[in-house]
Design a protein. Structure first.
Length: 387
């Protein structure tokens, strides 16, 4: 029986992935095998020696002491891409809101007064100010072609738009998931010059802070629309206000309200709603529960932020998993300890990532507990466990 401690409410669809005959799930478990959480701040939490995995239903892990977990050989799982569709849909909504001037138009309609006949007349007189434009044939520039950017790019193609993308770190796997109609921009600057809509889907790191600044806004087409559903700090808000005032930007649609945008109808600032759908919450919970279960039951690692992906179907009756520092002769010492116990290695998978590595060993014969103890005592081994 595996004991799971939940530190936040986790969607029932996710918890249903942990069968009651092998998993006991509670929000009051003193000695958990795994923790599931969303935004609970784990930094001051006492870590029980029984803990083997942490699963975050969501992407960011700054509420989790990842380094401390790594030193104990505990993978921290997250759910990249589980909320991508939710964000994509809001970006599509954002393009339509800007193209059809919905913000100013709603405001205009709200301020009408008088009899219904007077309102109808005012509508007919005033509506020309809110005439918009349609999406087919317009160019959509997608900056960052990760889980969200790819879906947005493909949606743009489906809407009949010309789509250009820029992502120097695009993976082969990612490229396979992109419509062949998405064209590659050679630089961010080229993308900005070419696009009627520019949408940002990069992480906020030092290199992307103020990525969209006054200089780059000046390259954009007159009347273009900028969308930021990534992070506030990626776009220089002051420069955006300037670009709107000068008419360079037709509108700015983002997930980050700020004082300076208040009462500017050409800015639509939503209250960080990108991932706020019931489906996104369910997807995150299902994904993280599946990953944690696979790790506890089979030692497989998928989507841990601190260890490499290592997963393999069981090739033999017994499996040993080992997390260790990525230093020379670890595999030699592990093989030697198993050989000394007359254990034949049926299959072995080892991968490293940065300073750490993870090994799955399938064996034909049962592994005596003292062998696990001996492996755990090898300097550099962070965790060894039979699964
Ligand atoms: N609004 C919300 O509620 C919400 C929800 C989820 C994610 N997000 C934000 O969206 C961002 C993107 O999410 P994702 O799931 O697509 O992430 P991801 O990691 O799958 O993709 C990010 C992509 O950006 C690329 N990239 C990094 N630096 C770049 C640069 N300078 N120029 C061009 N490309 C660059 C990377 O190579 C990667 O392909 C996240 O980092 C997060 O901050 C916001």
């Amino acid at each position: 029986m595996f004991r799971i401690l939940t530190l936040n409410n986790i969607s029932p669809l996710g918890l249903a992935r942990l069968p009651a005959d092998t998993f006991h799930v509670s929000d009051k478990e003193a000695e958990p095998d795994a923790i599931l959480l969303r935004s609970f701040k784990m930094h001051d939490l006492r870590i029980a020696p029984t803990l083997k995995a942490v699963g975050r239903a969501g992407a960011g892990v700054n509420n989790i002491p990842v380094d401390a977990m790594t030193k104990r050989g505990i993978p921290v799982f997250n759910t990249p891409g589980a909320n991508a569709n939710a964000v994509k849909e809001l970006v599509v909504a954002g393009m339509l809101l800007a193209a059809r001037n919905i913000g100013p138009a709603l405001h205009f309609a709200d301020t009408l007064s008088g009899s219904d006949a007077e309102i109808s007349k005012a509508v007919e007189d005033g509506k020309k100010d809110y005439a918009g434009f349609e999406l087919p044939g317009r160019t959509l520039g997608v900056v960052g072609l990760g889980a969200i950017g790819r879906l947005v790019a493909n949606a743009g193609v489906a809407l009949g738009m010309q789509v250009v993308g820029f992502d120097p770190g695009l993976t082969v796997e990612g490229a396979w998931q992109l419509s062949s109609n998405v064209k590659k921009a050679n630089s961010l600057e080229d993308l900005l010059r070419a696009s009627d809509f520019v949408t940002i889907h990069v992480p906020l790191v030092d290199a992307t802070r103020n990525l969209v600044n006054a200089e780059r806004l000046a390259l954009m087409k007159k009347g273009a629309v900028l969308l930021n559903f990534a992070r506030e700090g990626i776009v220089d808000a002051g420069a955006v206000s300037g670009a709107i005032k000068s008419g360079r930007l037709h509108g700015y649609v983002c997930d980050f309200p700020m004082n300076q945008f208040k009462n500017d109808r050409r800015v639509i600032a939503l209250p960080h709603l990108g991932a706020s759908t019931a489906e996104a919450e369910d997807n995150c919970a299902v994904m993280v529960a599946d990953q944690v279960r696979d790790f506890l039951e089979h030692g497989n690692i998928r989507n841990a932020v601190n260890f490499p992906d290592v997963a393999s179907p069981r090739e033999a009756a017994h499996r040993l998993v080992i997390a260790n520092a990525n230093v020379p002769n670890m595999l030699g010492q592990i093989s030697e300890a198993l050989g000394a116990a007359h254990l034949n290695i049926h299959d072995m998978v080892n991968r490293s990532r940065g300073d750490y590595a993870y090994t799955l060993v399938d064996l034909d014969d049962p592994v005596p507990p003292d062998v696990v103890g001996r492996l755990s005592s090898i300097p550099g081994v962070l965790m060894a466990r039979l699964v």
